[in-house]
Design a protein around this ligand. Structure first.
Ligand code: GTP
Ligand code: MG
Length: 203
């Protein structure tokens, strides 16, 4: 897929305040600092589209971007940023859960995992929540440039093995680096093929 245009549309503080659109939506979620905004900028080749920061918890809103005037990328706030107060954390959790469960346009939720880390309880809980609720999702391992190639494969295999203990079917997965552009074609081709299959489906 070629990205011709990528434009910021709006930021929404609540799931029910998101734009009333019908086009397919691909959202990016994961722990704070995992690289959601960086990945979006890498995919769109737009280094200032989504705001990135070395301070975790920067994205607090649901941000919509329209791609090629045909489909949306959504940057979601990071979950599990414990340094915030409980009220803020509950608000974010609420926002994410409402968006993920109620957004009909949500076509695939990309769940980002920092490839350097062992499977984290918060991520596994979130993945189970998605599986139990039938939310379509894919895994995206980020920051692959930070470790060697062999380690990349070992980390991914260990992660998938852990999921296999619980789930019969594994979600699609992608290995990426916002630094080198690794995984860009794979993700964009995947989105393109899903968009095509939606177009072919009768209403
Ligand atoms: P929040 O919005 O705070 O939840 O964070 P985020 O998930 O959007 O992360 P963000 O894209 O802001 O990136 C966090 C930090 O990780 C930044 O300092 C990025 O430069 C760095 N980073 C993100 N992706 C990569 C990557 O693929 N490789 C390397 N080396 N650094 C990365
Ligand atoms: Mg962000």
């Amino acid at each position: 897929m070629i990205i011709k245009t990528a434009k910021f549309v709006c930021s929404s503080p609540r799931a029910d305040m998101c734009p009333k659109t019908t086009e397919p939506e691909y959202a990016f979620i994961g722990r704070s600092n995992v690289g959601k905004s960086s990945l979006i900028n890498m995919l769109t080749r737009h280094n200032k589209l989504a705001m990135t920061s070395s301070t975790p918890g920067k994205t607090m809103l649901v941000n919509h971007f329209i791609i090629n005037d045909e489909w949306y990328i959504v940057d979601l706030p990071g979950y599990g940023f414990a340094q915030r107060g409980k009220r803020e954390m509950d608000k974010l959790k609420n926002l994410i859960e409402h968006y993920v469960l109620e957004r009909e346009q949500l076509t695939c939720l990309f769940v980002l995992i920092d490839i350097r880390h062992e499977p984290q309880k918060k991520d596994l809980e979130f993945i189970n929540f998605l599986g139990e609720n039938g939310v379509p999702f894919a895994l995206v391992f980020t920051k692959a440039d930070k470790i060697g190639k062999q380690k990349v494969n070992a980390q991914v295999n260990a992660y998938l093995k852990q999921l296999k203990d619980q789930w019969e079917e594994l979600p699609p997965h992608f290995i990426t680096s916002a630094e080198t552009g690794l995984g860009r074609d794979d993700i964009l081709n995947y989105i393109e093929s899903v968009n095509k299959s939606l177009e072919e489906q009768p209403e």
